[in-house]
Design a binder for this molecule. Structure first.
Ligand code: NAP
Length: 281
């Protein structure tokens, strides 16, 4: 129940009506019996500085940041942590008595999807498909946790090399139709799709993967969460791979954000259930 003591949280983006975060966070807040409220706040790009100042002044305990503000918000904050700096995007802001700090909880969310299945990163070889915004969080997560070798496969290597120039030296970027990439695929312990290929409504699309080349033991991860089982995951399962979709990543990033704001480790089961119900609607 909202009262005079309720502390405020929310998410800013434009548009924001599609956001799944309010349903997920409300479920976590309810399950933990916390005196917090979480709302969706539409913020036009030109209104971002005023919105950040407003949330600071209004004493919001924190807020999530989504498209298109994840990079632009960084210069409006008092500090930005290493994860967010390496990824170049903030998805969570914490307000400590007027001091705003920026974080990126997508890394924790992504790694949660691996740890849930007992998949270790350290010393393992990873192949990442795609080089967009989500790929940066995935790449940084793999590098931070000590993957021995990270190769990024893309359709447009020059563009991806430019976009990921700050990861040069840490990750190799290859066109996904070249022999060197086929070699990397054959050696991979972890294979992650970060492209939108296969996402609703174009569910029959998938990145080009020759499953005959992928080791049986390789763990296959698609960060897409609609549909729950993409063609990429369907084919991986048919070839005997252990797989996961993007639900744990989405829940994990939200759980980490709530934990940063409240100090309470939320019930991820309740969050996941609320997320799946919201997706079904
Ligand atoms: P993005 O910034 O637009 O990046 C997309 C990447 O995929 C780019 O490298 C792009 O290559 C490539 N790509 C797009 N369409 C392609 C096509 N038809 N053929 C080949 N490559 C293609 O997108 P994003 O924000 O990273 O999001 C990517 C996916 O991750 C989305 O499906 C999103 O829902 C999902 N996601 C999930 C979570 C989660 O929590 N589970 C979080 C974030 C994102 P070009 O540069 O050549 O276009």
């Amino acid at each position: 129940m909202v009262s005079g003591t309720t502390k405020n949280l929310g998410v800013i983006g434009w548009p924001i009506a599609h956001s799944l975060s309010p349903a997920m966070q409300a479920a976590a807040i309810r399950a933990a019996g916390l005196d917090y409220a979480y709302i969706a706040m539409p913020v036009r790009p030109e209104a971002l500085p005023a919105a950040a100042e407003g949330l600071r002044s209004l004493g919001f305990r924190g807020f999530n940041v989504t498209i298109p503000h994840k990079s632009a918000v960084m210069e409006l904050l008092d500090e930005v942590d290493e994860d967010a700096r390496r990824i170049g995007a903030v998805n969570t802001v914490v307000n400590d008595n007027g001091r705003l700090s920026g974080h990126n909880t997508d890394v924790t969310g992504f790694l949660r999807g691996l740890s849930r299945h007992g998949v270790a990163v350290r010393g393992n070889r990873a192949v990442v498909l795609g080089a967009g915004g989500a790929a940066r969080a995935v790449l940084w997560g793999l590098l931070r946790e000590g993957a021995s070798d990270v190769v990024v496969g893309v359709r447009n290597a020059p563009k991806a090399k430019e976009a990921l120039s700050d990861f040069a030296g840490d990750a190799e970027i290859l066109p996904w139709d070249c022999d060197a990439f086929a070699g990397a695929l054959a050696a991979a312990d972890i294979l992650v799709n970060t492209t939108p290929l296969g996402m609703t409504p174009k569910t029959e699309e998938m990145p080009p993967v020759d499953w005959e080349r992928v080791r049986d033991e390789a763990f296959v991860y698609d960060i897409i969460y609609t549909p729950g089982c993409t063609r990429f995951l369907r084919e991986a399962k048919a070839h005997g791979h252990r797989v996961t979709n993007g639900v744990a990543m989405l829940v994990g990033q939200g759980a980490e954000a709530l934990s940063l704001w409240t100090g309470v480790r939320p019930d991820e089961g309740a969050m996941e259930q609320a997320l799946l119900e919201a997706l079904a609607r």
